[in-house]
Design a protein around this ligand. Structure first.
Ligand code: CA
Length: 441
């Protein structure tokens, strides 16, 4: 099958004049070109948007000043030079593609722009990264059917998957203000906890602290209030992806979640990776939507031939853990699991279209979480809740430590990469964050 939307920017043989981008296994080769918001570490200077290339960042403020760009591209670069990625997110897909093509040509080996742009690079280790854009609203979906089934079994052994699951892309409105960037440290939250045999809850630090392995979808152009987005136009509105750790306090969640769903168990912090990998970069990795034989077809407003054949995404996902003891001993993080986003029951397009189907207006830079992405096997759970079977079966780490849930000092690292025949491997960079002890009561 020939994939649509491929062009010279997906040529796996293309090389960059930034040597580190050509290294085997590099997350940010010339074919990726993800956007992030940065400034030089230790300098109180204005934020600007940059593009990750190898172990460097192309500073789009300097690039706009020094490079040679056609007028429409200069217009697109101006807000990026000022640190505003939302403006590019609001631009039509054709404009995003044109900028990607221009950046690719500028960074390609042999480009006449090399001499102009050589001092528009900053080493990533010298940069401070911020949230990539203004996130007006954040919604978290529940598209991982293996997660939904495993977690459902813990609560309802006879009826793990609720009857609406295969009809509705389930979601809830989250909290944008507490989204942080990779590298953050966050405190174990306090909350209401009620032991099953206790008469009343107590207010105390959560004990069952967990992560969730998710992707975050950034919305491109929005829709006006009252005007749904049809499936045929969904691609126009999908800007790109990041990794998302939806930190979860399971004991708070168990007590508070009925009848309105997650609340304080989720909104004390959510960590995202700093680089937004665009849908254009991910074009070679599209795949068919997975829907088992015999399942009901999506309702017409959530269905299209393009979505069935290419709505999925073949993206390898991993969770790594480094405990405080491992860090003190100089031991590297250990991988807890791997999974793949192709197992998601609902596609990115279906999340977006369902969200807007009642006329709800999405805006450029809104973040839609995919929900926890667990694989079909028991050791592919995207949270400790699943890997430890609700806390009953602790994992043993290589150094002999055990974990049912997270301990203070644990660093959780999410990683993702896409790899397919005929395409250059691309990655997302790390989404890492460390859990600190609860604040004193
Ligand atoms: Ca979640």
């Amino acid at each position: 099958m020939t994939l649509p939307n491929l062009d010279f920017t997906h040529d796996p043989a293309a090389q960059s004049w930034v040597a580190s981008a050509n290294a085997e296994g590099c997350d940010f080769p010339l074919q990726n070109l993800p956007y992030g918001r940065f400034r030089r570490a230790g300098h109180n200077e204005d934020w600007r948007i940059g593009v990750a290339i190898g172990d460097q960042i192309l500073d789009l403020r300097r690039a706009a000043e020094r490079g040679r760009w056609e007028t429409p591209l200069q217009v697109l670069l101006q807000p990026l030079a000022q640190g505003d990625l939302n403006a590019l997110m609001a631009a039509p897909k054709a404009a995003r593609v044109a900028l990607r093509q221009a950046l690719f040509r500028a960074l390609q080996a042999g480009s006449p722009q090399q001499a102009l742009l050589a001092d528009a690079l900053l080493a990533q280790h010298e940069a401070e990264l911020a949230l990539p854009c203004r996130i007006g609203d954040y919604t978290d979906f529940y598209t991982g059917i293996h997660h939904a089934t495993t977690v459902g079994k813990l609560f309802r052994p006879d009826n793990p998957l609720l009857p609406n699951y295969k009809w509705v892309p389930i979601g809830y409105h989250g909290r944008a203000s507490s989204i942080g960037i990779s590298g953050q440290q966050l405190h174990r939250p306090w909350g209401q906890l009620k032991a099953p045999d206790a008469d009343a809850p107590v207010f105390a630090p959560a004990k069952r602290l967990d992560y969730e392995l998710e992707l975050g979808l950034f919305v491109g152009p929005g829709n006006a209030l009252g005007e749904p987005i049809p499936m045929a136009q969904a691609d126009e509105h999908l800007f790109g992806l990041c990794l998302l750790n939806d930190w979860s306090a399971r004991d708070v969640q168990a007590w508070e979640y009925q009848p309105l769903g997650p609340f304080l168990a989720k909104n004390f912090g959510s960590t995202i990776s700093p680089w937004v990998v665009t849908m254009e970069a991910l074009a070679p990795f599209r795949c068919a939507q997975q829907r088992p034989e015999g399942d009901p077809p999506p309702l017409p407003y959530l269905d299209s031939e393009a979505n069935r054949s290419l709505g999925g995404l073949d993206l390898e996902l991993e969770v790594w853990l480094q405990t405080a003891a491992m860090r003190a001993a100089g031991e590297p993080a250990t991988r807890l699991m791997r999974s793949n986003f192709r197992h998601a029951y609902w596609t990115l397009a279906q999340m977006l279209v369902h969200h807007a189907s009642n006329g709800c207006n999405l805006q450029p830079g809104d973040l839609l979480g995919t929900g926890t992405q667990s694989g079909p096997a028991a050791d592919e759970g995207g949270s400790l809740l699943e890997l430890s079977q609700g806390g009953k079966q602790a994992l043993t780490l290589p150094n002999g430590e055990t974990r049912s849930f997270l301990q203070d000092g644990d660093t959780v690292i999410l990683r993702a990469h896409a790899q397919a025949g005929g395409a250059r491997r691309i990655g997302f960079g790390d989404c890492a964050a460390t859990l600190l002890a609860a604040r004193a009561g």
